[in-house]
Design a protein around this ligand. Structure first.
Ligand SMILES: Cc1cc2nc3c(=O)[nH]c(=O)nc-3n(C[C@H](O)[C@H](O)[C@H](O)COP(=O)(O)OP(=O)(O)OC[C@H]3O[C@@H](n4cnc5c(N)ncnc54)[C@H](O)[C@@H]3O)c2cc1C
Length: 509
């Protein structure tokens, strides 16, 4: 018998897959629509999750707020640390270093132009320092300091992916999500409508539903395989396609940013957690073999490995439709953009938020699906362009990989943005775009793409006034950061590791 009095066509939701995408989806649905739905999640102990995905962006916090998740509990149980941005090493030239911070550049001013124009003007006159000095998050990141008690600060988290899934499961199951362990063998289609009627497990259990959420990872068992929605491959633009990951002991107390070290055939990540580091090397297999990548990873990480390295293959791209018939794919089952800016979890969280907003109680109608698919595509394409930017606007020519990235054709949408920036420093944020103007400015300047001009408004401010205002901004930020506790100290007091986990760093007293 239906547990709700509304005459809904869609009540039984079957989430297939129990990785981050599956449990994020099940938790969000039960938190917001629980009384209206019967939610089942199917996962297989035989098929492991990808086991990576430990760096996030600030929208993760908005999603947790939307879910009513307690930050201290989440951080303690996921052994999370603070992330203020991403440090890029060796990207434009070997030896270069810059941070892409999550904060705002300069103070919001009432002038009709972005802060970086004022900085560009100052720079042309020989003063103004580094762009990052005008960003609280950059300066705090450099000093390994953090607090939430001195006003707004932009941040996200690093988290242990396996523990995060366990944390979500601990919220979702008591709230009513039914979990079935079993391997899906077959997806049964309704012969009249073409919709998915049920999934059938290896032990013959048949799980019927009204709406299916495909969270089966790269396999895309329902949307891709059963419904035949094609994958649009962007591998000609984003050529990295392989990774080797390993976890290691932390040699130092955790810093508040992810580090991305470029190398001759891709890049390597370092993600500091409370109890260990997550590491991985991302590469294009035309320019580096898996054995070479594994050896390089193990040679380059600082701490002792805690597990054997594992390999992953991936393609950058997305399904032509995210939602087709009565099936929505979230997470890797829908698409993937290589992990340089840690955007995958963000994409699944915005998609599930949208699913809740547009939940198809009365059925999966074409107009609803078209709107949903259009927004998903815009989000993906904007991120794709932002990632290509990092590879394309580089001065590196020390390997075939970098030479190819520099010379490649790029999407028109990105070419237009780069041209606008080069001309007079114009940057913009599109609807459904994650990255703000300041992010574009930080990456472009970090990659040594300096515009030829800037907005004339910036030149209208008298030099003395500009010099004084910039100096004041820098001083205020530096003073604020100097008064913050260290990041390890913040962690120790705000969210000490849950009892069963031994933190491996010594927090400052
Ligand atoms: C190298 C790399 C680095 C990454 N780094 C980041 C990062 O820093 N930040 C970020 O946001 N994202 C990152 N990602 C992406 C991130 O890992 C994923 O978005 C996230 O883990 C979600 O994965 P998923 O749940 O979609 O798939 P998976 O983790 O693959 O989960 C799939 C689930 O489906 C189940 N399943 C599959 N087939 C069946 C079947 N037949 N029957 C039953 N169950 C089945 C499996 O058991 C599993 O539970 C990274 C990805 C890669 C490849």
């Amino acid at each position: 018998m239906s547990k709700n009095p509304l005459n809904q066509k869609v009540r039984r939701v079957v989430v297939c897959g129990g990785g981050t995408a599956g449990w994020v989806t099940a938790t969000a649905l039960v938190r917001h629509l629980g009384p209206l739905l019967d939610i089942t999640l199917i996962e297989s102990d035989e098929i492991s999750t990808v086991g990576v995905g430990e760096s996030t962006v600030p929208t993760f916090r908005s999603f947790h707020d939307f879910m009513g998740i307690d930050e201290r509990k989440f951080m303690s149980e996921s052994l999370a640390t603070i992330k203020l941005g991403i440090e890029f090493r060796d990207w434009a030239r070997i030896g270069d270093r810059y941070i892409h911070p999550f904060g705002v550049l300069g103070k919001r001013v009432s002038w009709m132009s972005d802060f970086h124009h004022f900085w560009l003007h100052a720079r042309s006159k020989g003063f103004g320092g580094e762009l990052g000095e005008y960003c609280l998050e950059w300066v705090a990141g450099e000093a390994n300091r953090f607090t939430k008690s001195m006003g707004p600060i932009g941040y996200a988290y690093h988290l242990d992916a396996a523990r995060y899934v366990r944390f979500l499961r601990g919220l979702a199951e008591p709230a009513g999500v039914k979990r079935i362990e079993g391997k899906i063998r077959n997806v049964e289609l309704d012969t009249d409508s073409g919709n998915i009627a049920a999934v059938v497990l290896e032990d013959e259990t048949r799980v019927a539903g009204d709406l299916f959420v495909d969270c089966t990872g790269f396999r895309s068992l329902l949307l891709g395989q059963a419904l035949g929605v094609e994958f649009e491959d962007w591998g000609h633009w984003v050529t990295t396609n392989s990774a080797v990951a390993v976890q290691s002991r932390s040699p130092n107390p955790p810093g508040p940013y992810t580090t991305c070290f470029a190398h001759e055939a891709g890049w390597r990540w370092r993600i500091p957690l409370q109890h260990r580091e997550g590491n991985g090397i991302v590469f294009c297999n035309e320019f580096m073999s898996e054995d070479e990548a594994c050896a390089k990873l193990l040679a380059d990480i600082e701490g002792e490995p805690l597990v054997d390295p594992w390999s992953l293959r991936f393609k950058t791209g997305m399904r032509r439709k995210t939602w087709y018939r009565n099936c929505v794919a979230l997470g890797l089952a829908n698409g993937f953009i290589e992990p340089l800016e840690s955007t995958s979890i963000h994409l699944m969280m915005t998609a599930v938020t949208r699913l809740i907003e547009d939940f198809p109680f009365d059925g999966c109608h074409d107009a609803l699906l078209a709107r949903f698919n259009d927004k998903s595509r815009q989000e993906f394409e904007h991120i794709r362009d932002f990632i290509i930017l990092h590879y394309h606007v580089t001065e590196r020519d020390d390997s075939g990989f970098w030479k190819r990235n520099r010379a490649m054709e790029i999407p028109d949408s990105l070419a237009a943005r780069i041209a606008l920036w080069r001309e007079d420093g114009r940057a913009f944020q599109m609807p459904y775009e994650l990255f703000r103007v300041d992010s574009w400015a930080m990456i472009l300047t970090g990659q040594r793409v300096m515009p030829q001009g800037y907005h004339r408004l910036a030149a209208m401010m008298p030099h003395d006034q500009l010099r004084e205002q910039l100096a004041t901004m820098r001083r205020e930020i530096a003073d604020k950061v100097a008064a913050m506790p260290t990041h390890p100290d913040f962690l120790k007091h705000h969210c000490p590791a849950a009892a069963e986990a031994e933190p491996r760093f010594a927090a400052a007293e």
